[in-house]
Design a protein around this ligand. Structure first.
Ligand code: NAD
Length: 400
């Protein structure tokens, strides 16, 4: 396939193509960030890491932080589109191609499996790969974000929804298409919609992964498993913490408690939930209210010199919680809190003061919507510093 010039193509605010060179630069940037922020002598016995949802966002950053930060062997699972003719691959696909090239260059062991993580086939393929070429797992990170799940055992298809629970909600938001500040109204979820969202984003599939790996004897002594959640400030609670997605996250925490008891008994291991900060990912950009809140958050945290993206968060997770002799620090509810800087009272007070004032006319002054947009474009490899978008690039690239 001849090289082609790739310009960003959007449908509404959603980007429908990806730039391989921009994605590769993003991966290299994350590797460099981990290397400069991780001490060379980290106390860890974590060697073999499985990341489920490893191609973008928090999962990709987890893989890079454990691989380049701790020298771990990583197996990544994700669901991404390869290139087809003149159609580019999805961004996550290019990210993983770049990750494999960097791993080979840097002498790191890395394998990837592209397919539906909710299916029994992919679980079996992973178990086979772990048994055949990796050795027992020390850490399994569950970082899936998906709008749909087919439950392979019941043969049922589930769709999640972003709705309120109890009473409808109207909140301030940004229209990502035209950058105008307006309101978004969110309906009340039915009981069936709550159940559906829990079926997609709750803990059942995570539990099946861990039970399968444990039954196959593929968890090392002391193995840990970890999933990610979000808490956020009160303005986002009706749509997040107290909404359908929050119900799924409660289920995830209940699953962690259950898995924690199981792993403690079976391998002397543990299961945890880390509460991460709000960042721009394909998953978070889809949630009403969140882009406006994140734009204000970026503005306030950048002014204070404490801004973080996925890779800074995952570097802290690995450096301060996973690679320390006395293990992670937990809050009163047993959660690892990586949103500590986001939730700092001075940060939240400033956002609360800006929230009623921000509108279309002063968005650029009061919020960092430009930063939000740049991060969003970066997710697809566009708007990345150092990439010449007028030059043709090879869009055909394949995972090993
Ligand atoms: P993301 O959209 O960037 O990544 C999702 C990953 O899941 C990708 O690797 C994708 O390929 C994979 N995936 C989706 N469906 C799949 C399937 N069927 N089979 C295999 N892989 C599949 O999402 P993210 O924002 O990084 O979210 C990851 C986790 O972090 C979620 O639990 C989310 O709730 C949590 N989190 C996100 C934020 C945020 O601000 N983005 C904050 C706190 C916690």
């Amino acid at each position: 396939m001849p090289e082609q010039v790739v310009k960003q193509r959007s449908r509404g605010f959603i980007c429908v193509n990806a730039h391989p060179a921009g994605c590769a630069r993003n991966v290299e940037h994350q590797i460099a960030r981990v290397r400069s922020n991780m001490p060379s002598t980290s106390a860890t016995d974590v060697r073999n890491v499985l990341v489920i949802g490893a191609s973008t966002g928090y999962g990709l950053a987890t893989r890079i932080a454990t691989g380049w930060g701790l020298g771990c062997r990583t197996l990544g699972v994700f669901f991404e589109k390869p290139p087809a003719g003149r159609r580019t691959a999805s961004a996550g696909y290019y990210n993983c191609v770049a990750l494999h090239q960097a791993a080979e260059r840097d002498g790191l062991w890395a394998r990837s499996i592209n397919g539906d993580a909710f299916s029994d086939e992919i679980k079996e393929e992973v178990a086979h790969s772990v048994a055949g070429s990796m050795g027992k797992l020390d850490l399994v990170v569950y970082s899936l974000a998906s709008p749909k799940r087919t439950n392979p055992r019941a043969g049922t298809a589930h769709t999640s929804s972003l709705k309120a629970i109890g009473s409808p909600f109207t909140g301030k938001t940004i229209d990502l298409g035209n950058g105008e500040v307006g309101t978004a109204s969110v309906d009340v979820a039915t009981d069936a919609e709550i159940d559906e969202t829990v079926a997609v984003m709750g803990g059942e599939d995570w539990r099946w992964w861990i039970e399968g790996l444990s039954d196959a004897g593929l968890l090392a002594p002391g193995a840990k498993t970890l999933a990610y959640s979000y808490y956020g400030p009160e303005v986002t609670w009706p749509i997040y913490k107290d909404g359908t997605i929050g119900a799924a996250k409660q289920d995830l925490k209940a699953t962690a408690d259950r898995l924690n008891a199981k792993l403690a008994q079976e391998v002397g291991g543990a299961a945890w939930v880390a509460v991460n900060k709000a960042v721009v990912t394909q998953a978070s950009a889809a949630i009403p209210v969140v882009p406006l809140y994140v734009s204000l958050l970026f503005r306030v945290m950048k002014a204070k010199g404490i801004h973080e993206g996925c890779i800074e968060q995952m570097t802290r997770l690995v450096r301060d919680h996973l690679a320390v002799a006395d293990g992670p620090q937990f809050d009163a509810n047993g959660l690892i809190r990586l949103d500590d800087l986001e939730m700092r009272p001075d940060v939240q007070q400033e956002i609360a003061a800006l929230w009623p004032k921000v509108g279309t006319g002063n968005l650029a002054d009061l919020a960092d919507f430009a930063g939000f947009r740049r991060d969003f474009n970066n997710l697809f490899g566009f708007d990345v510093d150092g990439v010449d978008y007028d030059l043709p690039v090879e869009t055909e690239a394949f995972l090993p």
